[in-house]
Ligand binder design. Structure first.
Ligand SMILES: Cc1cc2nc3c(=O)[nH]c(=O)nc-3n(C[C@H](O)[C@H](O)[C@H](O)COP(=O)(O)OP(=O)(O)OC[C@H]3O[C@@H](n4cnc5c(N)ncnc54)[C@H](O)[C@@H]3O)c2cc1C
Length: 453
Protein backbone atom coordinates (compact mmCIF):
# COMPACT_ATOMS: atom_id res chain seq x y z
CA UNK A 1 0.00 0.00 0.00
CA UNK A 2 1.45 3.37 -1.01
CA UNK A 3 1.85 5.76 1.89
CA UNK A 4 2.36 9.48 1.22
CA UNK A 5 4.59 11.17 3.82
CA UNK A 6 5.06 14.90 4.01
CA UNK A 7 7.26 17.23 5.96
CA UNK A 8 5.09 18.61 8.77
CA UNK A 9 7.49 21.00 10.39
CA UNK A 10 6.16 24.17 8.69
CA UNK A 11 2.57 23.70 9.61
CA UNK A 12 0.69 23.95 12.86
CA UNK A 13 -1.89 21.58 11.39
CA UNK A 14 -2.31 19.33 8.37
CA UNK A 15 -5.94 19.25 7.37
CA UNK A 16 -7.40 16.66 5.01
CA UNK A 17 -10.65 17.71 3.36
CA UNK A 18 -12.53 14.77 1.89
CA UNK A 19 -14.98 15.92 -0.79
CA UNK A 20 -14.78 18.88 -3.16
CA UNK A 21 -18.42 19.95 -3.45
CA UNK A 22 -19.53 23.43 -2.45
CA UNK A 23 -18.89 22.57 1.23
CA UNK A 24 -15.35 21.24 0.78
CA UNK A 25 -14.28 23.94 -1.65
CA UNK A 26 -15.63 26.83 0.38
CA UNK A 27 -14.00 25.41 3.51
CA UNK A 28 -10.68 25.17 1.63
CA UNK A 29 -11.02 28.81 0.54
CA UNK A 30 -11.83 29.87 4.12
CA UNK A 31 -8.86 27.92 5.51
CA UNK A 32 -6.45 29.39 2.99
CA UNK A 33 -7.65 32.93 3.54
CA UNK A 34 -7.95 32.78 7.34
CA UNK A 35 -5.04 30.49 8.24
CA UNK A 36 -2.52 31.52 5.57
CA UNK A 37 0.53 29.28 5.40
CA UNK A 38 0.09 27.86 8.92
CA UNK A 39 -2.17 25.09 7.75
CA UNK A 40 -1.48 22.54 5.02
CA UNK A 41 -4.60 21.59 3.09
CA UNK A 42 -5.00 18.37 1.12
CA UNK A 43 -8.34 18.05 -0.62
CA UNK A 44 -9.30 14.54 -1.75
CA UNK A 45 -12.11 14.26 -4.28
CA UNK A 46 -13.57 10.99 -5.55
CA UNK A 47 -14.39 12.37 -9.01
CA UNK A 48 -11.85 13.22 -11.73
CA UNK A 49 -12.63 16.96 -11.37
CA UNK A 50 -14.78 19.34 -9.35
CA UNK A 51 -18.26 18.99 -10.80
CA UNK A 52 -21.72 20.32 -9.96
CA UNK A 53 -25.09 19.54 -11.42
CA UNK A 54 -26.33 22.26 -13.74
CA UNK A 55 -29.00 23.80 -11.58
CA UNK A 56 -29.55 26.93 -9.57
CA UNK A 57 -28.75 27.69 -5.99
CA UNK A 58 -29.94 30.47 -3.70
CA UNK A 59 -27.90 31.90 -0.82
CA UNK A 60 -29.16 33.93 2.11
CA UNK A 61 -27.54 37.13 3.42
CA UNK A 62 -25.86 35.24 6.30
CA UNK A 63 -23.94 33.27 3.72
CA UNK A 64 -23.26 36.30 1.58
CA UNK A 65 -21.51 37.96 4.55
CA UNK A 66 -19.13 35.00 4.53
CA UNK A 67 -18.47 35.57 0.86
CA UNK A 68 -17.66 39.19 1.64
CA UNK A 69 -15.37 38.22 4.52
CA UNK A 70 -13.52 35.82 2.21
CA UNK A 71 -13.16 38.31 -0.68
CA UNK A 72 -15.39 36.23 -2.92
CA UNK A 73 -18.21 38.75 -3.18
CA UNK A 74 -16.79 40.73 -6.11
CA UNK A 75 -16.29 37.67 -8.31
CA UNK A 76 -19.64 36.22 -7.32
CA UNK A 77 -21.40 39.53 -8.02
CA UNK A 78 -20.09 39.28 -11.57
CA UNK A 79 -22.08 36.09 -12.11
CA UNK A 80 -25.39 37.29 -10.71
CA UNK A 81 -25.88 40.76 -12.15
CA UNK A 82 -28.47 43.18 -10.87
CA UNK A 83 -31.20 42.67 -13.41
CA UNK A 84 -33.22 39.63 -14.17
CA UNK A 85 -32.35 37.50 -11.16
CA UNK A 86 -34.87 36.42 -8.57
CA UNK A 87 -35.02 39.75 -6.72
CA UNK A 88 -36.93 39.77 -3.48
CA UNK A 89 -40.57 39.17 -4.38
CA UNK A 90 -42.16 35.77 -4.08
CA UNK A 91 -45.31 34.78 -5.94
CA UNK A 92 -47.09 32.23 -3.71
CA UNK A 93 -49.97 30.30 -5.28
CA UNK A 94 -52.30 27.40 -4.62
CA UNK A 95 -51.75 25.97 -8.06
CA UNK A 96 -53.63 22.68 -7.64
CA UNK A 97 -56.82 24.76 -7.21
CA UNK A 98 -57.73 23.99 -10.83
CA UNK A 99 -57.10 20.26 -10.32
CA UNK A 100 -59.77 20.41 -7.60
CA UNK A 101 -62.33 22.00 -9.93
CA UNK A 102 -61.57 25.69 -9.26
CA UNK A 103 -61.45 28.19 -12.08
CA UNK A 104 -58.15 29.39 -13.56
CA UNK A 105 -59.12 33.00 -12.96
CA UNK A 106 -59.69 32.42 -9.21
CA UNK A 107 -56.46 30.62 -8.30
CA UNK A 108 -55.59 31.87 -4.78
CA UNK A 109 -52.32 33.74 -4.72
CA UNK A 110 -50.41 36.22 -2.61
CA UNK A 111 -47.05 37.93 -2.78
CA UNK A 112 -44.49 38.33 -0.09
CA UNK A 113 -41.21 40.08 0.10
CA UNK A 114 -38.38 37.75 0.80
CA UNK A 115 -35.54 38.51 3.19
CA UNK A 116 -33.59 41.30 1.51
CA UNK A 117 -30.38 40.30 -0.20
CA UNK A 118 -31.06 36.72 -1.32
CA UNK A 119 -28.80 35.90 -4.24
CA UNK A 120 -29.24 33.15 -6.78
CA UNK A 121 -26.53 31.48 -8.84
CA UNK A 122 -25.92 28.83 -11.41
CA UNK A 123 -24.19 26.10 -9.37
CA UNK A 124 -21.37 25.39 -11.79
CA UNK A 125 -20.58 29.11 -12.04
CA UNK A 126 -20.60 29.40 -8.25
CA UNK A 127 -18.24 26.46 -7.92
CA UNK A 128 -15.94 27.85 -10.62
CA UNK A 129 -15.48 31.03 -8.56
CA UNK A 130 -14.55 28.96 -5.50
CA UNK A 131 -12.03 26.93 -7.54
CA UNK A 132 -10.51 30.11 -8.96
CA UNK A 133 -9.70 31.18 -5.39
CA UNK A 134 -7.70 28.00 -4.84
CA UNK A 135 -4.65 28.36 -7.08
CA UNK A 136 -2.54 25.22 -7.36
CA UNK A 137 0.97 26.69 -7.35
CA UNK A 138 3.87 24.28 -6.85
CA UNK A 139 4.72 25.65 -3.41
CA UNK A 140 1.13 26.09 -2.40
CA UNK A 141 -0.13 25.08 1.01
CA UNK A 142 -3.11 23.67 -0.86
CA UNK A 143 -3.14 20.49 -2.97
CA UNK A 144 -6.08 18.82 -4.67
CA UNK A 145 -6.06 15.07 -5.32
CA UNK A 146 -8.63 13.69 -7.73
CA UNK A 147 -9.95 10.13 -8.14
CA UNK A 148 -9.36 9.63 -4.41
CA UNK A 149 -12.41 8.00 -2.87
CA UNK A 150 -12.11 7.57 0.88
CA UNK A 151 -13.23 4.14 2.07
CA UNK A 152 -12.67 4.63 5.81
CA UNK A 153 -10.22 6.19 8.24
CA UNK A 154 -8.24 4.89 11.23
CA UNK A 155 -7.37 6.75 14.39
CA UNK A 156 -3.64 6.28 15.00
CA UNK A 157 -2.89 6.30 18.72
CA UNK A 158 0.89 6.50 18.64
CA UNK A 159 1.52 8.47 15.48
CA UNK A 160 2.27 12.20 15.33
CA UNK A 161 -0.45 12.58 12.69
CA UNK A 162 -3.56 11.21 14.26
CA UNK A 163 -5.65 10.05 11.33
CA UNK A 164 -4.93 7.63 8.49
CA UNK A 165 -7.11 7.92 5.41
CA UNK A 166 -7.67 4.73 3.45
CA UNK A 167 -8.71 5.21 -0.16
CA UNK A 168 -10.55 2.83 -2.46
CA UNK A 169 -7.49 2.62 -4.76
CA UNK A 170 -5.46 1.07 -1.92
CA UNK A 171 -3.43 4.19 -1.11
CA UNK A 172 -3.25 5.83 2.28
CA UNK A 173 -2.49 9.32 3.62
CA UNK A 174 -2.29 10.88 7.06
CA UNK A 175 -3.39 14.15 8.64
CA UNK A 176 -3.90 15.92 11.97
CA UNK A 177 -7.51 16.79 11.24
CA UNK A 178 -9.93 15.09 8.87
CA UNK A 179 -12.92 17.14 7.71
CA UNK A 180 -15.60 15.06 6.04
CA UNK A 181 -17.23 17.14 3.29
CA UNK A 182 -18.18 14.01 1.40
CA UNK A 183 -21.89 14.60 1.13
CA UNK A 184 -24.93 12.67 2.19
CA UNK A 185 -23.35 9.21 1.76
CA UNK A 186 -20.29 10.33 3.75
CA UNK A 187 -17.64 7.67 4.32
CA UNK A 188 -16.29 9.85 7.15
CA UNK A 189 -19.68 9.76 8.90
CA UNK A 190 -19.78 6.02 8.22
CA UNK A 191 -16.54 5.53 10.16
CA UNK A 192 -17.36 8.03 12.91
CA UNK A 193 -20.69 6.28 13.50
CA UNK A 194 -19.63 2.72 12.75
CA UNK A 195 -20.98 1.55 16.10
CA UNK A 196 -24.33 3.33 15.48
CA UNK A 197 -25.24 2.43 11.89
CA UNK A 198 -28.67 4.08 12.15
CA UNK A 199 -26.89 7.44 12.42
CA UNK A 200 -24.68 6.71 9.44
CA UNK A 201 -27.54 5.76 7.10
CA UNK A 202 -29.51 8.49 5.30
CA UNK A 203 -33.30 8.21 5.30
CA UNK A 204 -35.84 9.31 2.72
CA UNK A 205 -37.61 12.64 3.22
CA UNK A 206 -40.68 11.36 1.39
CA UNK A 207 -40.00 13.71 -1.56
CA UNK A 208 -38.49 13.45 -5.00
CA UNK A 209 -37.38 16.54 -6.93
CA UNK A 210 -37.43 16.98 -10.70
CA UNK A 211 -34.80 19.58 -11.56
CA UNK A 212 -34.22 21.44 -14.76
CA UNK A 213 -32.88 24.66 -16.25
CA UNK A 214 -34.86 26.19 -19.07
CA UNK A 215 -33.85 29.07 -21.36
CA UNK A 216 -35.67 32.31 -20.68
CA UNK A 217 -36.62 32.74 -24.36
CA UNK A 218 -38.43 29.40 -24.42
CA UNK A 219 -40.72 30.47 -21.58
CA UNK A 220 -41.06 34.04 -22.84
CA UNK A 221 -42.33 32.62 -26.14
CA UNK A 222 -45.08 30.70 -24.32
CA UNK A 223 -45.95 33.54 -21.92
CA UNK A 224 -43.96 36.81 -22.02
CA UNK A 225 -45.59 37.92 -18.74
CA UNK A 226 -44.82 34.73 -16.85
CA UNK A 227 -44.03 35.64 -13.18
CA UNK A 228 -40.97 33.41 -12.92
CA UNK A 229 -39.24 35.35 -15.69
CA UNK A 230 -39.04 38.13 -13.11
CA UNK A 231 -39.26 36.63 -9.63
CA UNK A 232 -39.49 33.44 -7.64
CA UNK A 233 -42.74 31.52 -8.05
CA UNK A 234 -43.73 29.04 -5.37
CA UNK A 235 -46.71 26.99 -6.50
CA UNK A 236 -48.33 24.87 -3.78
CA UNK A 237 -50.75 21.95 -3.71
CA UNK A 238 -51.51 18.61 -2.12
CA UNK A 239 -48.31 16.51 -1.87
CA UNK A 240 -46.55 18.64 -4.50
CA UNK A 241 -44.85 21.99 -4.77
CA UNK A 242 -43.12 23.73 -7.61
CA UNK A 243 -40.41 26.40 -7.46
CA UNK A 244 -39.05 28.38 -10.41
CA UNK A 245 -36.80 31.44 -10.47
CA UNK A 246 -34.44 33.25 -12.85
CA UNK A 247 -30.66 32.61 -12.70
CA UNK A 248 -27.58 33.46 -14.82
CA UNK A 249 -28.44 37.13 -15.37
CA UNK A 250 -32.01 36.10 -16.07
CA UNK A 251 -30.95 34.04 -19.11
CA UNK A 252 -32.18 30.79 -17.55
CA UNK A 253 -35.02 29.75 -15.26
CA UNK A 254 -34.23 27.19 -12.57
CA UNK A 255 -37.05 24.71 -12.00
CA UNK A 256 -37.59 22.35 -9.06
CA UNK A 257 -40.78 20.28 -9.07
CA UNK A 258 -41.39 18.28 -5.88
CA UNK A 259 -43.57 15.19 -5.68
CA UNK A 260 -44.13 13.65 -2.24
CA UNK A 261 -45.35 10.54 -0.48
CA UNK A 262 -45.46 11.93 3.08
CA UNK A 263 -46.45 8.65 4.71
CA UNK A 264 -43.12 7.17 3.58
CA UNK A 265 -40.98 9.83 5.27
CA UNK A 266 -38.20 8.25 7.32
CA UNK A 267 -37.95 4.91 5.51
CA UNK A 268 -34.90 3.80 3.54
CA UNK A 269 -35.37 4.87 -0.09
CA UNK A 270 -35.58 1.88 -2.41
CA UNK A 271 -33.95 2.14 -5.83
CA UNK A 272 -31.65 4.59 -7.56
CA UNK A 273 -31.45 8.03 -5.95
CA UNK A 274 -31.14 9.80 -9.30
CA UNK A 275 -32.42 8.93 -12.74
CA UNK A 276 -33.14 10.60 -16.05
CA UNK A 277 -36.73 11.67 -16.48
CA UNK A 278 -38.88 13.48 -19.02
CA UNK A 279 -41.14 16.47 -19.46
CA UNK A 280 -44.05 14.05 -19.91
CA UNK A 281 -43.45 12.48 -16.48
CA UNK A 282 -43.47 15.92 -14.82
CA UNK A 283 -46.60 16.97 -16.72
CA UNK A 284 -48.32 13.81 -15.54
CA UNK A 285 -47.31 14.45 -11.92
CA UNK A 286 -48.76 17.96 -12.21
CA UNK A 287 -51.92 16.97 -14.11
CA UNK A 288 -54.68 19.54 -13.69
CA UNK A 289 -52.43 22.21 -12.12
CA UNK A 290 -52.94 25.78 -13.30
CA UNK A 291 -51.43 26.90 -16.65
CA UNK A 292 -48.63 28.97 -15.06
CA UNK A 293 -47.08 25.74 -13.77
CA UNK A 294 -47.73 23.67 -16.88
CA UNK A 295 -46.33 26.40 -19.13
CA UNK A 296 -42.98 26.13 -17.34
CA UNK A 297 -43.01 22.34 -17.50
CA UNK A 298 -43.79 22.46 -21.23
CA UNK A 299 -40.43 24.24 -21.77
CA UNK A 300 -38.38 21.48 -20.13
CA UNK A 301 -35.97 19.82 -22.50
CA UNK A 302 -33.91 17.63 -20.16
CA UNK A 303 -34.74 16.72 -16.59
CA UNK A 304 -33.62 14.27 -13.95
CA UNK A 305 -35.30 13.24 -10.73
CA UNK A 306 -33.59 13.12 -7.32
CA UNK A 307 -34.84 11.26 -4.27
CA UNK A 308 -34.39 13.76 -1.43
CA UNK A 309 -32.70 11.89 1.39
CA UNK A 310 -31.65 13.39 4.70
CA UNK A 311 -29.17 12.63 7.46
CA UNK A 312 -30.69 11.65 10.83
CA UNK A 313 -30.31 14.16 13.66
CA UNK A 314 -26.75 13.40 14.76
CA UNK A 315 -25.72 13.64 18.44
CA UNK A 316 -22.37 15.13 17.41
CA UNK A 317 -20.58 16.40 14.29
CA UNK A 318 -17.11 15.67 15.67
CA UNK A 319 -14.67 13.09 16.94
CA UNK A 320 -11.36 13.99 18.59
CA UNK A 321 -9.67 14.86 15.29
CA UNK A 322 -12.51 14.45 12.83
CA UNK A 323 -15.29 16.86 11.88
CA UNK A 324 -18.30 16.56 9.61
CA UNK A 325 -19.30 19.51 7.44
CA UNK A 326 -22.17 20.21 5.03
CA UNK A 327 -24.42 17.42 3.80
CA UNK A 328 -22.17 14.86 5.51
CA UNK A 329 -23.39 16.33 8.81
CA UNK A 330 -26.88 17.59 8.03
CA UNK A 331 -28.19 16.83 4.54
CA UNK A 332 -31.64 18.38 4.66
CA UNK A 333 -34.66 18.95 2.48
CA UNK A 334 -34.16 21.79 -0.02
CA UNK A 335 -37.40 23.61 0.89
CA UNK A 336 -35.62 26.63 2.35
CA UNK A 337 -32.73 26.49 -0.13
CA UNK A 338 -30.27 26.21 2.73
CA UNK A 339 -28.18 23.05 2.46
CA UNK A 340 -25.25 24.57 0.59
CA UNK A 341 -25.46 27.75 2.64
CA UNK A 342 -25.27 25.75 5.85
CA UNK A 343 -22.25 23.89 4.45
CA UNK A 344 -20.54 27.21 3.73
CA UNK A 345 -21.39 28.46 7.24
CA UNK A 346 -19.91 25.30 8.81
CA UNK A 347 -16.69 25.87 6.88
CA UNK A 348 -16.43 29.53 7.83
CA UNK A 349 -16.92 28.86 11.56
CA UNK A 350 -14.54 25.89 11.56
CA UNK A 351 -11.86 27.81 9.64
CA UNK A 352 -12.25 30.79 12.02
CA UNK A 353 -11.66 28.49 15.00
CA UNK A 354 -8.70 26.77 13.36
CA UNK A 355 -7.17 30.16 12.53
CA UNK A 356 -7.06 31.13 16.21
CA UNK A 357 -3.47 31.12 17.49
CA UNK A 358 -4.47 28.88 20.41
CA UNK A 359 -5.58 26.09 18.09
CA UNK A 360 -2.85 23.45 17.98
CA UNK A 361 -2.64 19.69 17.60
CA UNK A 362 -3.03 19.48 21.39
CA UNK A 363 -6.07 21.73 21.73
CA UNK A 364 -7.80 20.41 18.60
CA UNK A 365 -10.29 18.08 20.36
CA UNK A 366 -11.61 21.00 22.44
CA UNK A 367 -11.70 23.29 19.40
CA UNK A 368 -13.82 20.75 17.56
CA UNK A 369 -16.23 20.56 20.51
CA UNK A 370 -16.72 24.32 20.16
CA UNK A 371 -17.43 23.90 16.43
CA UNK A 372 -20.02 21.26 17.28
CA UNK A 373 -21.63 23.37 20.00
CA UNK A 374 -22.12 26.33 17.64
CA UNK A 375 -22.95 24.66 14.36
CA UNK A 376 -24.96 21.55 15.29
CA UNK A 377 -27.92 23.21 17.06
CA UNK A 378 -28.21 25.91 14.40
CA UNK A 379 -28.02 23.67 11.34
CA UNK A 380 -30.33 21.07 12.86
CA UNK A 381 -32.89 23.78 13.57
CA UNK A 382 -32.72 24.91 9.94
CA UNK A 383 -33.24 21.29 8.95
CA UNK A 384 -36.46 21.28 11.03
CA UNK A 385 -37.66 24.62 9.59
CA UNK A 386 -36.96 23.41 6.06
CA UNK A 387 -38.90 20.19 6.56
CA UNK A 388 -41.87 22.01 8.08
CA UNK A 389 -41.90 24.55 5.25
CA UNK A 390 -42.11 21.77 2.68
CA UNK A 391 -45.04 20.14 4.43
CA UNK A 392 -46.80 23.51 4.75
CA UNK A 393 -46.43 24.12 1.01
CA UNK A 394 -47.83 20.65 0.34
CA UNK A 395 -50.83 20.83 2.68
CA UNK A 396 -49.40 17.95 4.74
CA UNK A 397 -48.93 20.02 7.92
CA UNK A 398 -51.15 22.93 8.89
CA UNK A 399 -49.87 26.22 10.33
CA UNK A 400 -51.25 25.03 13.70
CA UNK A 401 -49.20 21.82 13.41
CA UNK A 402 -46.02 23.88 13.24
CA UNK A 403 -47.23 26.12 16.05
CA UNK A 404 -47.63 29.27 13.94
CA UNK A 405 -51.21 30.37 13.34
CA UNK A 406 -51.17 33.95 12.11
CA UNK A 407 -53.26 35.70 9.49
CA UNK A 408 -56.88 35.67 8.38
CA UNK A 409 -59.26 33.37 10.26
CA UNK A 410 -61.68 32.66 7.38
CA UNK A 411 -62.24 29.32 5.68
CA UNK A 412 -61.67 30.32 2.05
CA UNK A 413 -58.77 28.79 0.08
CA UNK A 414 -57.26 32.29 -0.14
CA UNK A 415 -57.35 32.63 3.69
CA UNK A 416 -55.79 29.19 4.06
CA UNK A 417 -53.05 30.11 1.59
CA UNK A 418 -52.38 33.39 3.42
CA UNK A 419 -51.98 31.51 6.73
CA UNK A 420 -49.57 29.07 5.09
CA UNK A 421 -47.65 31.95 3.56
CA UNK A 422 -47.37 33.65 6.97
CA UNK A 423 -46.22 30.47 8.69
CA UNK A 424 -43.63 29.78 5.99
CA UNK A 425 -42.27 33.32 6.35
CA UNK A 426 -42.03 32.93 10.12
CA UNK A 427 -40.08 29.72 9.66
CA UNK A 428 -37.61 31.76 7.63
CA UNK A 429 -37.09 34.48 10.21
CA UNK A 430 -33.71 32.99 11.11
CA UNK A 431 -32.45 34.22 7.74
CA UNK A 432 -33.08 37.87 8.61
CA UNK A 433 -32.83 37.87 12.40
CA UNK A 434 -29.55 36.05 12.92
CA UNK A 435 -26.01 36.84 11.86
CA UNK A 436 -23.20 34.48 11.05
CA UNK A 437 -20.69 37.06 12.22
CA UNK A 438 -22.34 37.00 15.66
CA UNK A 439 -22.07 33.21 15.59
CA UNK A 440 -18.38 33.54 14.82
CA UNK A 441 -17.95 35.85 17.82
CA UNK A 442 -19.87 33.36 19.97
CA UNK A 443 -17.62 30.57 18.73
CA UNK A 444 -14.48 32.50 19.65
CA UNK A 445 -15.92 33.30 23.10
CA UNK A 446 -16.75 29.63 23.57
CA UNK A 447 -13.17 28.85 22.58
CA UNK A 448 -11.93 31.20 25.34
CA UNK A 449 -14.04 29.28 27.83
CA UNK A 450 -13.06 25.85 26.50
CA UNK A 451 -9.34 26.61 26.61
CA UNK A 452 -9.45 28.34 29.99
CA UNK A 453 -10.35 25.11 31.82
C1 LIG B 1 -33.36 20.06 -5.46
C2 LIG B 1 -32.34 20.70 -4.57
C3 LIG B 1 -32.26 22.09 -4.50
C4 LIG B 1 -31.35 22.71 -3.64
N1 LIG B 1 -31.31 24.07 -3.58
C5 LIG B 1 -30.46 24.67 -2.71
C6 LIG B 1 -30.39 26.10 -2.61
O1 LIG B 1 -31.08 26.83 -3.30
N2 LIG B 1 -29.56 26.64 -1.69
C7 LIG B 1 -28.76 25.87 -0.89
O2 LIG B 1 -28.03 26.42 -0.06
N3 LIG B 1 -28.78 24.51 -0.98
C8 LIG B 1 -29.61 23.90 -1.87
N4 LIG B 1 -29.62 22.53 -1.96
C9 LIG B 1 -28.74 21.73 -1.09
C10 LIG B 1 -27.33 21.67 -1.62
O3 LIG B 1 -27.34 21.18 -2.94
C11 LIG B 1 -26.46 20.74 -0.77
O4 LIG B 1 -26.72 20.95 0.59
C12 LIG B 1 -24.98 21.02 -1.05
O5 LIG B 1 -24.68 20.82 -2.40
C13 LIG B 1 -24.11 20.13 -0.16
O6 LIG B 1 -22.77 20.38 -0.45
P1 LIG B 1 -21.65 19.43 0.14
O7 LIG B 1 -20.37 19.97 -0.40
O8 LIG B 1 -21.82 19.28 1.60
O9 LIG B 1 -21.95 17.99 -0.48
P2 LIG B 1 -21.92 17.51 -2.00
O10 LIG B 1 -22.33 18.58 -2.92
O11 LIG B 1 -22.66 16.22 -2.04
O12 LIG B 1 -20.38 17.23 -2.29
C14 LIG B 1 -19.73 16.08 -1.80
C15 LIG B 1 -18.45 15.88 -2.59
O13 LIG B 1 -17.73 14.81 -2.01
C16 LIG B 1 -17.33 13.88 -3.00
N5 LIG B 1 -17.29 12.57 -2.34
C17 LIG B 1 -18.34 11.82 -1.92
N6 LIG B 1 -17.90 10.71 -1.29
C18 LIG B 1 -16.55 10.78 -1.30
C19 LIG B 1 -15.53 9.93 -0.78
N7 LIG B 1 -15.83 8.79 -0.14
N8 LIG B 1 -14.23 10.29 -0.96
C20 LIG B 1 -13.91 11.45 -1.61
N9 LIG B 1 -14.85 12.29 -2.12
C21 LIG B 1 -16.15 11.96 -1.96
C22 LIG B 1 -18.39 13.99 -4.08
O14 LIG B 1 -17.89 13.56 -5.34
C23 LIG B 1 -18.69 15.49 -4.05
O15 LIG B 1 -17.83 16.22 -4.87
C24 LIG B 1 -30.50 21.90 -2.84
C25 LIG B 1 -30.54 20.50 -2.93
C26 LIG B 1 -31.45 19.89 -3.80
C27 LIG B 1 -31.49 18.39 -3.88
Amino acid sequence: MAHHRHNNSHYKLRVAIVGGGIGGLSFAVALRKLCGSHVKIDLYEAAHAFTEVGAGIGVWPRVWHTMEALDLARDLSAIIGDSGDAGEDVEFRQSDYTAKGGSESDVPSCQWTQVAGVRTFHRAEFQAVLSAHLPLEADSTYSAHFRKRLSFYDVLQSHPEAIALNFADGTCATCDLLVGCDGIKSAVRGTLYQSQPTMAEPVWSGCVAYRSLIPREALAKVNPEHPCLFRLMLACGQNRHFVAFPVSHGKMVNVVAMVSTPEEEGIKFQGEWTRESSKEEVLEAYAGWEPLVRQVISCIDKTAVWAINVVPKLPTYVGERVALLGDAAHAMTPHQGSGAGQAIEDGFILASLLADHRTTRDTLPRVLQVYDSIRRPFSQDIERCSRECGWLYEYVLSPADVGISVGPTGDSPADELARRSNAAQQLLLWASETSLMNDKDKALQALDAALAT
